[in-house]
Design a protein around this ligand. Sequence first.
Ligand SMILES: *[C@@H]1O[C@H](CO)[C@@H](O)[C@H](O)[C@H]1NC(C)=O
Length: 313
Amino acid sequence: MSVRCFIAELCLALLLRKWDYEPISIETYSSDESLIKLDIKIERINRGVFGVTVKVDWNYDTTDETMVEANVLRSSTGDVSDYKLLPWAIPQQSLYEHMNTYYKDVSMKNFKHCSNIPQFEGKFQPPLPKQTYFGNKCVIDGDGLPEIRKWDYEPISIETYSSDESLIKLDIKIERINRGVFGVTVKVDWNYDTTDETMVEANVLRSSTGDVSDYKLLPWAIPQQSLYEHMNTYYKDVSMKNFKHCSNIPQFEGKFQPPLPKQTYFGNKCVIDGDGLPEIVPAGFYMIIMKCYGPGQPTWNTTSVFKITPKLM
Ligand SMILES: *[C@@H]1O[C@H](CO)[C@@H](O)[C@H](O)[C@H]1NC(C)=O
């Protein structure tokens, strides 16, 4: 999987810099409008600039068990049957965890000037106040993200784990090729049969200090999904293309034909060069955790840490 596009595409989605977007529809649902009532409208402000006007009557008590999640799907035609899950998501998490991470870092800042959503320093003090929240023509333009415009990255560590090295053995090394350019050399001995139940997932965490206790989940993830679904979506669109020239990973047209061939896969100095990454990335330490598992199959995972710093000019 490509670190590069993994982060890039989501940031682009947030920043909306290189393309125009147009809201098509927005629908809301509440199982009980006396407890929560949502009213959302989108208005055009300028070409390619839209404002969101929101009114939410929040009239129930949140608890530790209030959960949130978000998923993004894409369709090239707009036809309902055509939408496919993308690897951009807020994984299922408690509302309070969300308030202390993504909400605090992004939503709270972006919507401060145009809404009365909760503002806080330090940790969020539950529960969420029962009141009417409103936003008035909030423009979604990515301003207010904690950002640096030009950045370097540096791999800090990469760890792998396999529950049974006779079934899968991973060997990953990162080598410096040039200033700010690194190559990944990988050898994977794949020696077990994948099934419909082989699952993959990936998460990204960020820490400003690098301290282990400081890492917070970011809303960039590959939600838990079957390996075959992954092969037909993210793998095919991104990884297969990016690593074709430097590796022997499976190449296919149309739909992936299971199972994954049992063989040794290698990548030779596959460059993660930051091309196509957004100009604007928050500084800090980024930890990317990928996992793969299935019933009666080995469990394996990788943990990579990268440091992002402002570029020295
Ligand atoms: C990798 O898998 C092992 C076994 O399930 C687990 O103990 C370890 O915490 C996992 N590592 C990460 C980073 O999730």
